[in-house]
Design a protein around this ligand. Structure first.
Ligand SMILES: [Zn+2]
Length: 233
């Protein structure tokens, strides 16, 4: 792992404040780092350390169940300046549920992450579909409900049983082909912990910048969790 001094990184980019999915427009060379399915003891703290080493911020799409089980860790992610969104309560494939059951599952996840955060930080209205399995109805409902649906431009596939180096190389190759994008990682895998410092070093060497994604300051603050009634939509 490269040893670095705080504040020397050229990798930290601008902060992009968004109120809707369509606000997420990246310039060439810009990436957004997202970490799904945590927080996970033993993994998430090391991910945070790697991000700190380069002074960059990520977006953590937490499961309600994981945040509920590890509230101190969820709070640490927020305290260290990262954005925290949600990813359902239990990683359910929402495309297999009824409309109302799917909305309920999303709301349950949001509520659990918000509760786990306590006063440490507020939950961003960022959401990612488990398995990227969405329906037109759900996506439309969320967008109308002031949620920011986070799509994936570059899937690291860090959940495959590949070596850390293979995952890093694959992700860099896809990024090079695309030039910018939202990268999907998971802060629950050892290979992701292992690859991240070197991956960030390579991003810096290649001149990329990591954009900090944040919710727009006004408008969404105090927003309640989803209460949409599927039968009325
Ligand atoms: Zn997931």
């Amino acid at each position: 792992m490269p040893r670095r001094i705080f504040g020397t990184s050229q990798l930290a980019g601008r902060t992009l404040e968004v109120a809707s999915t369509t606000d997420i427009i990246l310039r060439p060379g810009e990436v957004i780092l997202t970490f799904d399915d945590g927080p996970r003891p033993g993994k998430t703290p090391k991910i945070l350390d790697a991000l700190d080493m380069y002074g960059v911020k990520g977006t953590f799409l937490m499961l309600g169940s994981a945040a509920k089980a590890n509230p101190a860790l969820a709070q640490e992610v927020a305290r260290r300046g990262h954005s925290v969104g949600s990813h359902t309560f239990d990683h359910t494939n929402l495309a297999n549920l009824s409309r109302q059951a799917a909305l309920d599952e999303i709301a349950r996840g949001e509520a659990a992450v918000a509760e786990a955060l306590g006063g440490a930080g507020r939950l961003a209205p960022f959401f990612r579909f488990p398995y990227l399995a969405q329906t037109g109805f759900l996506r439309t409902s969320l967008l109308h409900g002031d949620m920011v649906v986070l799509d994936v431009d570059i899937d690291s596939k860090d959940y495959y049983k590949d070596s850390a180096q293979t995952v890093a190389n694959r992700t860099l190759d896809r990024l090079e082909a695309r030039g910018s994008g939202i990268i999907l990682f998971h802060d629950i895998h050892q290979r992701t912990v292992e690859l991240l410092p070197g991956f960030l070093a390579e991003l810096e060497a290649r001149g990329y910048s990591v954009v900090r994604l944040a919710p727009k300051a006004d408008g969404v603050f105090g927003r309640s969790v989803i209460t949409a009634d599927a039968s009325s939509l």
